[in-house]
Write a protein that binds this ligand. Sequence first.
Ligand code: CA
Length: 289
Amino acid sequence: MEELVIIAHRGASGYLPEHTLEAKAMAYAMQPDYIEQDIVLSKDNVPIVIHDIHLDAVTNVKEVFPKRKRVDGRYYVIDFTWEELQKLNVTERFDYQTGKPVFPDRFPIDKSHFKLHTFQDEIELIQGLNQSTGKDIGLYPEIKEPAFHRTEGKDISKIVLEVLAAYGYKDNNSNCILQCFDFQENKRIRNHLKSKLTLVQLMEFEHEKDSLEIISEYAQGIGPSLSLLKDNKFVENTRKKGLFIHAYTLRTDVMSNWKTKLKAFILTNRIDGVFTDQPDQVYNLTHTR
Ligand code: CA
């Protein structure tokens, strides 16, 4: 069971506000194989580590910049410069309409002091810790909504690949796996942008299960939701294509009987890795005899 690849989903997001440097440092100490970054561009093309293209479910943007919402009432990362984004405070995720926490038993809303950070900041944190601890924990960046970025005149993939290359992540020997939900964009990253990095095709919908043939032409693995793995035939077909399976998202505070379920998934060869909000708990389960 020790071979299970553990990916810290948005950092140790079960314990600290997601995608903060604090959550990443805590995740690092839990010895995952990879730490995840979701990436969205600022107005001035700075790659920001944040899950949504919106700011209003994890920051105080409504209070700091009340007039900067769009007609849909939302506040977009891409409408703010990095200098402006640094004025915001980050908090545990909440419902942007009601203000209520998404996970009421996790870190409290509006306590302590957290900020947004750039992709470069996070790479330097992880590489710095790799140097000071002698470990080698990898990056697992996700390119968020490339089609949206394109309508805003931005090529997010190109910028992310440039940053990765500048820090030495260039090919499949690099300790980095690049992920995206957009099939066309993953294909473009491989064929047009000529990236040699290990690629994962994220999968969300039932109908996408028919696309394994195409996926295997550009990606090395898939990142399906755990629910898609209930389908034996789909798992079997994925194995036939030689693709690895890193499933999302294991939340030990939400999923009942998660230990039994995860063990069963591993024993039936349904899963090679898992994105989890609680990397320590998965580590403890898979590293005890
Ligand atoms: Ca993600």
